[in-house]
Design a protein around this ligand. Structure first.
Ligand code: HC1
Ligand code: SF4
Length: 581
């Protein structure tokens, strides 16, 4: 450990600390902008500069505290006229080339640059140069890139390249014309982007954002001819409250349902319902592959970012993917078939809306194969943030709403469905059902701790009787595409053998999807949204009377009245698909 003095306060910190982290220990908040802990520590914006002397010898220039390692006897000052002037000038230089239409900007209120200007008291911009030419790329179904908002902080670049292991975005061109974009200025539509939206989560401003379908959804709601149903993904309820000031990871299920009813949706259902349905279909598929010599390991297929990643990078594993559509798509298919039939509604009048923590779901909903008999499974997919915006625009006082319950007959769910939103949740839900089926018991020990948590790759094994023989069922869970690649490489190399693998494209799983509420880089130093939101889902699971998918009464009724059996003829038509090379 070393002793460092910051603004007269001495702290004893580990020697691999940066000055920025040491200052936090001393209770001193150094401003940052390009800094994203453990992801982007590159001193690009120079907003975190400080004055330093070491044992009385001043360091030349003003070093950036995010990359400056502490040394014994270091004396740091963060609030001198020299520092204040330099920081102000650096921010003004960024602003000179920034599209400053804050009032009409999507990130008005959540923008980290705007907040910084407020904190630093920026009241005038001295540099009024020419601005970079504005380019808006809104051709993909999922992601919009607006170069006029980009401040070249590099947070998206590092996230896509280092966290996701993909590398779609990079600095292009030179000097004044420098931009962050896909190579050769391609549209996001035409590059091997998986639309995970992790770059949106990294962006401090509105340079990267989701493509919005809010207006289409309002139009549907306002059309008296249309019957508009909505489903909300497991992870949405653990983040939506953040849009209204609740702490990160507060479960707001009841208020979310109330809000959706007040927005005018004709029926408010739940993707948790179809998560349970997925488990019955996917669990049955797994058992049939294991007992009939089918392709193993079977790999989950609910995360569309993962599916696209697999198609683009590991086509040799496409036959390993479960043929199950994702819960989002299964839900849509059931709404326009079973539900329409039961309620006597013409499926062509039904508009199926989903609210997802995800930006890739927008592209998934638009995949050509995601329809049955000409009816699209899902017509519009919104993010958690878009739902927050709709609630605000409708001037609904979210915090004052009562808790309400989802509608039947597609609104019941179990704890197993709820935990889908956290990495390892699909695996745990599947194991709960598969273990019961194989043992013929109603097992009480249902929490599979080994697949929980945010370690990049998790492994577990469970001994289960298959065909009368005790068999060690080996499973793995990977979240984030870089971790998925690690697991696939180890399977390919023959180093690992698994029966079943869960992959989610986003680090942390859906709870940290590209469509969830923004948590600023600064706030992330104190809370980990992946952990807090996952905890909210595990708590919800524990509080529910039913915690196994095969105990969901509405799902069982769906089989009894309509589908007849998992993986049966009708299931295949509605709920399964194939991925082709
Ligand atoms: Fe997910 Fe899923 S868990 S993929 O992360 O399988 O988006 O929440 O809705 O479809 O259920 C997302 C979440 C979500 C699907 C389910
Ligand atoms: Fe990279 Fe995901 Fe952003 Fe595409 S959506 S650029 S894959 S981080």
């Amino acid at each position: 450990k070393v002793n460092v003095t910051i603004n007269g306060i001495t702290v004893n910190v580990p020697k691999d600390y940066t000055v920025l982290m040491a200052a936090r220990e001393a209770g001193i908040d150094i401003p940052t902008l390009c800094f994203l802990k453990d992801i982007n520590e590159i001193a690009a914006c120079r907003v975190c500069v400080v004055e330093v002397d070491i044992k009385g010898v001043p360091m030349r220039n003003l070093p950036a505290s995010c990359v400056l390692q502490v040394q014994d006897g270091m004396n740091v000052r963060t609030n001198t006229p020299k520092v204040r002037n330099a920081v102000k000038m650096n921010v003004e230089l960024i602003l000179a080339n920034h599209n400053r239409e804050c009032l009409t900007c999507l990130r008005n209120g959540t923008c980290e640059l705007q907040k910084l200007c407020d904190e630093l008291g920026i009241d005038d911009i001295e540099f009024q140069g020419a601005k970079r030419e504005a380019k808006i790329d809104n051709l993909s179904y999922s992601i919009v890139r607006d170069s006029s908002k980009c401040i070249l902080c590099g947070r998206c670049v590092s996230t896509c390249r280092d966290v996701q292991g993909i590398g779609i975005l990079d600095f292009t061109k030179r000097g004044f014309k420098t931009e962050v974009a896909p190579a050769f200025d391609y549209s996001m539509k035409d590059v091997p982007c998986v639309y995970c939206g992790q770059c949106i989560q990294a962006c401090p401003v509105a340079a990267l954002r989701e493509r919005s379908y809010i207006d289409d959804v309002w139009d549907a709601i306002d059309d008296p001819e249309k019957f508009v149903v909505v489903q909300t993904a497991p992870a949405v309820r653990a983040s939506l409250g953040e849009e209204f000031g609740y702490p990160v990871g507060t479960d707001v299920t009841g208020k979310m349902v109330s809000a959706l009813k007040r927005l005018g949706f004709d029926k408010v259902f739940d993707t948790n319902f179809s998560a349970d349905l997925t488990i019955l279909e996917e669990g049955t598929e797994l058992l049939s592959r294991v007992t009939n010599g089918g392709k193993l390991p079977m790999i989950t297929s609910c995360s569309p970012g993962w599916i696209r990643y697999c198609e683009l990078n590991y086509p040799e594993f496409l036959d390993n993917l479960s043929t199950c559509k994702s819960p989002q798509q299964m839900f849509g298919a059931i709404v326009k078939s079973y539900y329409a039939e039961k309620e006597g509604i013409d499926p062509s009048k039904i508009v199926s809306v989903s609210v997802m923590p995800c930006t890739s779901k927008k592209t998934e909903a638009n995949r050509p194969e995601m329809e049955v008999d000409g009816y699209r499974d899902v017509d519009y997919s919104l993010t958690t943030r878009e739902l927050g915006d709709m609630i605000k625009r409708a001037r609904i006082s979210f915090t004052k709403l009562p808790d309400e319950h989802t509608d039947s007959i597609l609104g019941d769910y179990t704890g197993a469905g709820a935990i889908f939103g956290a990495t390892g949740g699909v695996m745990e839900a599947a194991l709960r059902t598969v273990a019961d089926i194989l043992t013929g018991k109603d097992l009480e020990s249902i929490e599979y701790q080994a697949v929980r948590g945010i370690e990049g790759v998790k492994e577990a094994s469970v001994v289960l009787p298959i065909g009368g023989v005790d068999t060690e069922v080996k499973v793995a869970v990977a979240h984030g595409t870089a971790n998925a690649a690690k697991v696939l490489e180890s399977v390919k190399a023959g180093e690992k053998e698994y029966h079943f693998i869960e992959v989610m494209a986003c680090p942390g799983g859906c709870v940290h999807g590209g469509g969830q509420s923004h948590v600023s880089a600064k706030a992330r130093l104190d809370v980990n949204p992946k952990v807090s939101r996952a905890n909210a889902l595990y708590e919800l699971d524990r509080s529910l009377p039913m915690r196994k998918s095969h105990k969901n009464p509405e799902v069982m009724k769906l089989y009894e009245d309509y589908l007849k059996e998992p993986n049966g003829h009708l299931s295949h038509k509605l709920l399964h698909t194939h991925y082709t090379k």
